[in-house]
Write a protein that binds this ligand. Sequence first.
Ligand SMILES: Cc1cc2nc3c(=O)[nH]c(=O)nc-3n(C[C@H](O)[C@H](O)[C@H](O)COP(=O)(O)OP(=O)(O)OC[C@H]3O[C@@H](n4cnc5c(N)ncnc54)[C@H](O)[C@@H]3O)c2cc1C
Length: 479
Amino acid sequence: MANPAAMMEAKRKDPGYRPVSERLNDYAAVERQLYDDDVRIQSSRCMACGTPFCHAYGCPLANVIPEFNDCARRGEWREGLEILLSTNNFPEFTGRICPAPCEAACVDGIYDDPVTIRQIELFLIGKGFLNGYITPTPPKRRTEKKVAVIGSGPAGLAVADTLNKAGCLVTVFESNQHPGGILRYGIPDFKLEKWVVERRVALMRNEGVLFETGVTVGEDLSYRFLKQRFDALCMACGAGAPRDLKIPGRELQGVHFAMDYLIQQNCRNSGEIITPAEKIHAAGKKVLVIGGGDTGSDCVGTALRQGAKEVWQFEILPEPPVERPASSPWPVWPQILRTTHAHKEGGKRRWAVMTQEFLGRRGMVTGVECVEVDWKQGKDGRLTGPVEKAGTRFRQDSDLVVLAMGFTAPTPNRIVDDLGIQINERGHIQADHWGMTSVEGIFAAGDMALGQSLVVKAIADGRRTARGIMKFLGEKKSI
Ligand SMILES: Cc1cc2nc3c(=O)[nH]c(=O)nc-3n(C[C@H](O)[C@H](O)[C@H](O)COP(=O)(O)OP(=O)(O)OC[C@H]3O[C@@H](n4cnc5c(N)ncnc54)[C@H](O)[C@@H]3O)c2cc1C
C-alpha cells in the first residue's frame, strides 16, 4: 500500500452500463469496463488489510485480492494476473457475473464504498487475453490417469481444467450441443456474451481436454461403459429441477419455467432455430415473472428486449431494506434490496405477493389471482409467514407467466438412480469433503452437490473436487 490515504482521496468508480435506450435494442453485454488509469487508482484504494476479509472470508475461491490489487496499482498486469489465476480458473466469468461477496466483505465498505474488486479482476484477465499472456499450456507430463467429467458448467470445467493441468487425461461429456452449462444456456448474453465461454473452451481443448457434446450420460452412455474406460468419474450435472407452482390452472398454455424461456433466447442469439410449436416469446405480451431473484431479473431483461407490452415481477417475500440490516452485519453477505441493470430498464416489481391461481380462457393463461401476505421477522432476522392479508385479493392480467422460483434438486441422472448414490437431507448428492459420493471413485461437484448456488462457488467446488480425485488416483485406486 503506497498511499495509506488513497481510500479517502479516491472515491469508488464503477464503469457503469450502456444507456438503457441503446441496450434494450440488443443482447450485447450491458456493463462497461474500467480503463488502465482507473484500475490503477481503484486498486490503490485497497488497504492491504492485515486480515483481508475479502480473501479469507468473502471469496469462496480465496482469491488473493490484496496482492493482485497491489500489482494492479503498480501497473504490473501480468504479475497480478498470475496471482489471480493461482486461485481462479476462469476470472473472465466471475469478473463479469459474480455478485462479488468479496466486495461485501471489503473493510473499505464499513465506512465508505468497497474496492471495485470484481472489475479489477475482469481487467486483469482481459489484459491477459489482449496482451497474449494467456496461451494454451498443455501439461508437460501426462499421468495416464483418465477421468470422465459429466457436465460442462463452471463446476465441470473447473474439475476438468484443474485435473488436465495436473496431467490427467480428461473427457467432458455434455448433453447440450455446446459446453458451458448455465453460462452458455441460461445466463442471458447481456450479462455474459457467449464468445467468452467459447474462448475458454477452445483454450481448454488446445490444452488437451476432450469435449464430447450431445451426449447424455446415463442414457447414451452407461456407467458400465465409463467404468471400463476411466479411472474416476465426476458428476457436475447441475441442479436442474425447477421449483414448480402447483396451483389451479398450472396446466394452462403460456405458463413456463424460467430456464425454458431463457435458453430459447440464448439459442436464438447463437442462430439456432426454435420451432414455432416450442416458441416462448414476450413480444406484445403482458409478462408476469414469479420469483424475485436473479433468474427472475434475467427474465425481466429478456422480456423487455423481446418487446413485451408490460413486465411485472412478483416476489412472495417482503421488500428487503436498502441499507445493510443488523441481521446481516459486515462482513456477511447483506440481505438488502438489489436493483439489477434489468430492473433499471423497465418493468415493475411487487413484494409480499402470493399467487394462488392461474386464470385462463380456451386453455391459454390470461392472468393470475393473487393476495398480499404478511411476514414477521424474529430478532435473528428469520422470517415467519406468509400470512394472507384480508381484503387484498387482486387479479393481474398476463398472457405469459414465467416461473423463476429456484431449483429444488439435482438434474435427474440414471447413474445416480442405478447405483443408488446417496442423496442428502436437502435433496442434493451427498459428497464428502473431497467431493466423493457414497460410491467409491464417483465424485460430484457444483450445484448438483451444493444445491442452487453461484458460479464462483461452482468453480471453488470443482477445484476442491479435482484435488479429491487426484488424491483418490494417487492412492492407486480406480472405479
Ligand atoms: C438464469 C440463471 C442465471 C444465473 N446467473 C448467475 C450470475 O449472474 N452469477 C452467478 O454467480 N451465478 C448465477 N447463476 C447460478 C450459476 O449459473 C450456477 O450456480 C452454476 O452454473 C452451477 O454450475 P454447475 O457446473 O454446477 O452446473 P450447470 O451450470 O447447471 O451445468 C451442468 C451441466 O451438466 C449437463 N448435464 C446434466 N446432466 C447431464 C448428463 N446426464 N450427461 C451430460 N451432461 C449433463 C447440463 O446440460 C449442464 O450443461 C444463475 C443461474 C441461473 C439459472
